[in-house]
Design a protein around this ligand. Structure first.
Ligand SMILES: [Zn+2]
Length: 263
């Protein structure tokens, strides 16, 4: 028994030593001393809106992120043609590159509510970490800059001051949520992931969005015109309208978000 334990202990020491020497360095972090700051606990909050409770007239809030890149005309033209209201989260980066789409939003204030998706599309997490490979803001000041920079660019572009914020990746740590709430924002989670970050196929995207229920908040993207997902989004809009859906914007209704994002 003792011999086995000793042998195991010796083996562990040997492995540790080998890693410490840097010989087999495939997973060096696994045995290096624990880092001072553990990975922050991240949340991806849900958001629901007040239901219509009218059969055949589900109330749904469509939200679209304009992260960076271009405008998806397939979605934009469908929203305008079908007169479907939506809430669009824009970054300062996207606004700068898409003045024509901004013009469409501003010409249709009855359809589009524009809200804050940040300045540079940096996750609103106030400790350093990577989310889907994107470096977080990493400090309180950087989170504040991301939020304030986004809002300043919106106002400079002629958009009314935003009241909602949704950070890049829609993930936060709880202290960043507290900070952003203290800046006066509600934080926009969602309840239906419509397009999987714009990476899903057209058919599955259409199916996901068209199956939204009374009180759901759908998230999808309006900045990836070359992705198949956008085709599915545009089709789903028509499907939902045909089903008698009541489309609302976040500013039009009562809402409930978890992780202290709206209360
Ligand atoms: Zn985004």
């Amino acid at each position: 028994m003792n011999r086995i334990l000793l042998a195991s202990a010796f083996l562990l020491v040997s492995i540790s030593a080998a890693f410490a020497d840097g010989i087999p360095s495939a997973v060096p972090t696994a045995v290096s001393p624990a880092p001072k700051a553990p990975a922050p606990k991240l949340v991806e909050p849900h958001l629901h809106i007040a239901r219509s409770n009218i059969a055949g007239h589900a109330r749904i809030a469509l939200t679209f992120d304009a992260c960076m890149g271009q405008a998806d005309e397939r979605i934009l033209s469908t929203l305008v043609r079908e007169r479907i209201p939506a809430t669009i989260f824009v970054t300062a980066r996207w606004l700068k590159r898409n003045p024509e789409a901004l013009g469409v939003f501003l010409q249709n204030p009855d359809l589009f509510e524009l809200e804050n998706h940040g300045q540079n599309h940096i996750p609103a997490v106030d400790t350093p970490t990577l989310i889907y490979g994107i470096a977080s803001a990493g400090s309180r000041q950087a989170v504040r800059q991301e939020v304030e920079g986004g809002a300043a660019a919106m106002v400079a572009a002629g958009i009314p001051a935003p009241h909602w914020f949704r950070g890049s990746t829609a993930k936060y740590d709880l202290s960043a949520i507290g900070e952003i709430r203290a800046m006066g924002y509600r934080i926009a989670g969602y309840s239906v992931n419509g397009d999987g970050g714009s990476l899903l196929g057209a058919v599955i995207t259409e199916k996901r969005i068209a199956s939204a229920k009374d009180g759901d908040v759908v998230i999808s993207h309006v900045n990836q015109p070359t992705h198949a997902a956008g085709e599915g989004v545009a089709k789903a809009l028509v499907d939902l309208k045909a089903k008698g859906t009541e489309f609302v914007r976040l500013e039009d209704v009562e809402d409930t978000g978890d992780d202290k994002t709206t209360e």
